[in-house]
Design a protein around this ligand. Structure first.
Ligand code: BES
Ligand code: ZN
Ligand code: ZN
Length: 500
């Protein structure tokens, strides 16, 4: 989809459909809408008076101007109260309305950005939100449909704005495109079935991201993983026929070995549970257990394209978790890369084992801070539901920075308490620690386990077991992989280091 900026009168916009925003309780209409209303013989104001159009967020009404303005459709989209407008409300409203217009086989759309930009959202973040709403909301995964139905396609989007804001709008579009591409790439990886999205395939995709963005990349193969004594990753990989990979990517804004932030992602391309096998009901969802790895691989690509002024490393340990005669068994003991011994209670608590090595690796490379992202615990779904990521760590400042980034992107996070009782739970009678605690607070136990491998490095952990996929198409989200928390990771790095 081509996205561009235009100035000029909304009433004269040349597109199959024009999207105009309407806010709750705004009376009279802004002058530009008054003008359109007049050409439509008061059709718009009549619908508002009748209460058919209220301006509530999520509301989409289509009016057919029948030649009275050049566009064949006027989409009147509600964005709630004007003083409560956020980037998320804009993006969600644009996503909903564009899906409606696509169903009607509309090919070109004009969005009246001049009526959305204002005190709450300046031109640049507004254009970014509109762009993200379009590219994320219209996302589809049709890879394995052999009969392509014609879902329609919106080929062109114009964002209208005042002449003085065109440059800012253009910048916002560019940022929105870079970020949406990273989110949609993550969605693709999550939606791909595990027989295609193997560790080898993930390493290939990471190499593509690296070469497209001039990043350093190293992919450690089994032999090197053994040499590095990554016992967690080796242990989990043992049951699988697919070779495991340890992917390291680096974006250097300064030509130094410094790493301002390491992004670490869990990459289990299929989590059967291993010998502690999962119930078969719903097991297909475990093809998405690599969402953390996909997020950090895509996010570092976007960070590079945005030319953010920092050095960033992405680390993704990637393997399947399968049962077999070679597989890790409950009661086994492994040694993580830092030499800590771990008693395996459940082979289904595998994410923390591969992350242990990845965290050690980031610490050894002297990363100044680490953020890890993982579909780590079912308990997080019980605690926080489908939409919210669990947030924990050893440094409150970093946690606060993540909370604030997630509020800006509208990807909710919620901090959970790292109280000492949970460290008690992972004491083992045979090894230094064990990989499972008791039934309660499993999300925090998992984070406490990870904390054992970060030393004094500032570290935060996002448990995305809930938000990494969704069963509902709503706003920017489309059924399947969500690409959460790519936007938050990029926003975090933007807010920490800014553009060059
Ligand atoms: N990948 C799962 C966590 C998960 C569950 C993600 C549901 C998304 C949706 C993880 O590897 C796992 O199996 N965790 C166990 C840990 C338990 C054995 C301590 C869990 O949550 O049951
Ligand atoms: Zn598991
Ligand atoms: Zn898992």
């Amino acid at each position: 989809m081509k996205i561009k900026v235009t100035s000029g009168s909304i009433a004269k916009a040349k597109a199959d459909a024009v999207i105009v925003p309407i806010f709750e309780g705004i009376n009279p209409l802004p002058a530009e809408l008054e003008k359109i209303d007049k050409s439509l013989n008061g059709a718009l104001s009549k619908l508002i008076k009748q209460g058919a159009i209220k301006g509530k967020a999520g509301e989409v009404n289509i009016i057919y101007p029948a030649g009275k303005i050049p566009a064949a459709r006027l989409a009147v989209v509600g964005f709630g109260k004007k003083n409560k407008l956020t980037a998320k409300i804009v993006a969600d409203g644009i996503a909903e309305s564009l899906r409606t217009l696509r169903r009607q086989k509309v090919a070109s759309v004009y969005v009246a950005g001049q009526l959305l930009a204002g005190k709450n959202l300046a031109a640049e973040p507004l254009a970014q939100a509109v762009t993200e709403g379009s590219l994320l909301g219209l996302y589809e995964f049709l890879q394995y449909k052999t009969k392509k139905e014609n879902p329609g396609a919106i080929k062109q989007l114009q964002i209208g704005g005042h002449r003085a804001s065109l440059l800012a709008l253009g910048k916002g579009i560019e940022t929105g495109q870079i970020i949406s591409q990273a989110v949609n790439q993550t969605r693709d990886m999550v939606n791909e079935p595990s027989n295609f999205m193997t560790p080898t395939k993930m390493a290939e995709l990471a190499a593509e991201v690296a070469s497209a963005n001039n990043l350093e990349i190293t992919v450690l193969e089994s032999a090197q993983i053994t040499e590095m004594k990554m016992g967690g990753l080796l242990g989990v990989a043992r049951g699988s026929e697919e070779p495991s990979k340890f992917i390291v990517m680096k974006y250097s804004w300064r030509d130094t070995d410094d790493i301002d932030i390491a992004l670490v992602g869990k990459g289990i391309t299929f989590d059967s549970g291993g010998i502690s096998i999962k119930p078969s009901n719903g097991m297909e969802e475990m093809k998405g257990d690599m969402a953390g790895a996909a997020s950090v691989i895509s996010a570092i690509g976007a960070i590079a394209r945005l030319k953010l002024a920092c050095n960033v490393m992405a680390v993704a340990p990637v393997t399947e978790n399968m049962p077999s005669g070679h597989a890790l068994k409950p009661g086994d003991v492994i040694y993580a890369m830092n030499g800590k011994s771990v008693e395996i209670i459940s082979t289904d608590a595998e994410g923390r084992l591969i992350l242990a090595d990845a965290l050690c690796y980031a610490v050894n490379r002297k990363a100044k801070r680490i953020v890890d992202v993982a579909t780590l615990t079912g308990a997080c779904l019980i605690a926080l539901g489908k939409a919210t990521s669990g947030l924990m760590g050893n440094n409150q400042k970093l946690i606060n920075q993540i909370v604030s980034a997630s509020q800006q992107t509208g990807e909710p996070t919620w901090q959970m308490p790292m109280t000492p009782e949970f460290a008690e739970q992972i004491k083992s009678p045979v090894a230094d620690i064990k990989n499972v605690g008791n039934r309660y607070g499993g999300t925090i136990t998992a984070a406490k386990f990870l904390e054992e491998f970060v030393g004094n490095t500032h570290w935060a952990h996002l448990d995305i077991a809930g938000p990494s996929d969704t069963d509902q198409t709503k706003g920017c989200l489309v059924k399947g992989g969500t690409g959460i928390p790519v936007r938050t990771l990029v926003q975090l790095v933007r807010s920490l280091f800014g553009a060059a």
